[in-house]
Ligand binder design. Structure first.
Ligand SMILES: Cc1ncc(COP(=O)(O)O)c(C=O)c1O
Length: 418
């Protein structure tokens, strides 16, 4: 698709927006949205496709990390049954953190050995549903004490989540997060596991979402390696959680979320290659990247219902927005393209959802002055943490459409209160 440059080398197509999307990509989502509307989609609706997920996974699979790597699907990021089934059919594994997600994984056909259970307080629900041969990362001393007998009887693969010093409360960085074992709790946890005749074969951390640069993983791995070394713990697998930022998104200040990666995953791969030698007996890396893998796999399509002018600012009221469909717009900026080809002068514009909350503002940026009620807007990178954080505020949940192998299907109807 790239035009050829004067010297015969392929030049990448100029991005169509400041988020770095190619014209071809924007055009393909537009065509798909138009087709969904022709096939009866009712706005607001989400439109998802597995191909972008496959592309990101191929990128991760192609990295040289010094050891083989396994990518677990982060269920919480995009809890969409049709995506779970698509992933399952490819023989890939899933990471869940609740009974709700565990049951969804079983319903999608994942065998026990391809289900990894993370998350806090699972001793309160896991005994109800657990089967033999699942893999579990214990999150606290009391969880470990409650679940060890089950782990033994049901031959679980087990590991410990460790809280590294990089994991702090985002609202108060001087306080720790609530997840995992403190380093000082590791010796007694490993002793209890040994006394039960078991081995903790995986060590796990999850730093946070949108880890700003590879060096943050390096620091956490160094710390984990030191904890393992001082406890003579030789995990076969190190699970570094998720946290890779998605492409094509900006923070509220306008910086690319993945700026610290300089347009490539090579820095991340170099960190893991370097750290592989710090874990004697390491057979493989595990990662559970949610955002990076699925953000680009969907869009949200809305209709403009009304337009009003307040001083120099035009306000568009749409049938979808932040409150119901795109909570991430509170801290991220995503591309927002009109579906209809509108030209003309760009005008300062605020795009709002229909709820009675001033908070319901999806974006504020210059947009073509010819936009009018009845037009549609397409919000990009809606494939991560949009379904998870949807609300029913005044309107109920939106329709969901799925595009696979050229076939468009409505996989979820809009909610009703009736
Ligand atoms: C344990 C764990 N793994 C993976 C993820 C996915 O994170 P991300 O979407 O930032 O890659 C999360 C997100 O909260 C998590 O808690």
């Amino acid at each position: 698709m790239s035009p050829r440059g004067a010297k015969g080398r392929c030049k990448p197509a100029r991005p169509v927006d400041r988020f770095g999307h190619s014209p071809a990509l924007v055009a393909s989502w537009r065509r798909l949205a138009e087709r969904a509307l022709r096939e009866g989609a009712r706005t607001p609706f989400y439109l998802f496709s597995p191909e972008p997920v496959a592309e990101r996974i191929a990128e991760l699979d192609a990295l040289d990390l010094g050891r083989p790597a396994t990518a677990w699907l982060s269920c919480k990021t995009q809890p969409l049954p049709v995506l779970l089934r698509w992933w399952q059919r490819r023989g890939r594994p899933i990471e869940v953190v609740s009974e709700f997600e565990f049951r969804a994984a079983l319903a999608a056909g994942f065998p026990a050995e391809r289900i990894l259970v993370n998350g806090p307080a699972k001793h309160r629900w896991l005994p109800r549903v657990a089967t033999s041969d699942i893999r579990v990362h214990f999150d606290s001393p009391s969880e470990l004490a409650s679940l060890l007998p089950f782990a033994r009887r049901q031959t679980w693969g087990i590991g410990l989540r460790v809280r590294t010093s990089a994991e702090t409360d985002p609202e108060d960085p001087s306080s720790p997060t609530q997840f995992g074992f403190e380093p000082a709790e590791i010796p007694s946890a490993l002793r209890s596991i040994r006394r039960a005749g078991l081995l903790a074969t995986s060590a796990h951390f999850h730093l946070r979402t949108n880890v700003p640069e590879p060096a943050v993983y390096l620091g956490a791995l160094e710390q984990l390696a030191s904890i393992c070394g001082s406890n003579r713990w030789r995990p076969e697998y190190v699970d570094i959680g998720g946290g890779l930022p998605p492409r094509h998104t900006l923070d509220r200040a306008g910086n690319r979320c993945d700026a610290g990666y300089r347009g490539s995953l090579e820095g991340y791969a170099a960190v893991l290659r370097k750290a592989a030698g710090w874990f004697p007996g390491l057979a493989g890396w595990w990662h559970e990247n949610g955002r990076f893998v699925s953000a680009g796999s969907g869009v949200l399509v809305m209709e403009i219902l009304d337009s009003r002018q307040r001083g120099g600012l035009r306000q568009l009221i749409c049938d979808g927005g932040r409150t119901m469909n795109a909570l991430v717009s509170q801290w991220e900026q995503h591309a927002l393209h009109p579906l209809e080809h509108r030209r003309g002068r760009m005008q300062p514009t605020a795009v709002h959802g229909p709820t009675c909350m001033a908070f319901d503002q999806l974006a504020r940026r210059p947009m073509p002055s010819s936009l009018r009620a009845g037009d549609h807007l397409v919000w990009f990178e809606a494939g991560a943490y949009h379904l998870s954080w949807e609300t029913r505020f005044s309107h109920g949940l939106a329709e969901v459409w799925w595009n696979e192998s050229g076939k468009l299907t409505r996989v979820r109807a809009a909610d009703t209160l009736a």
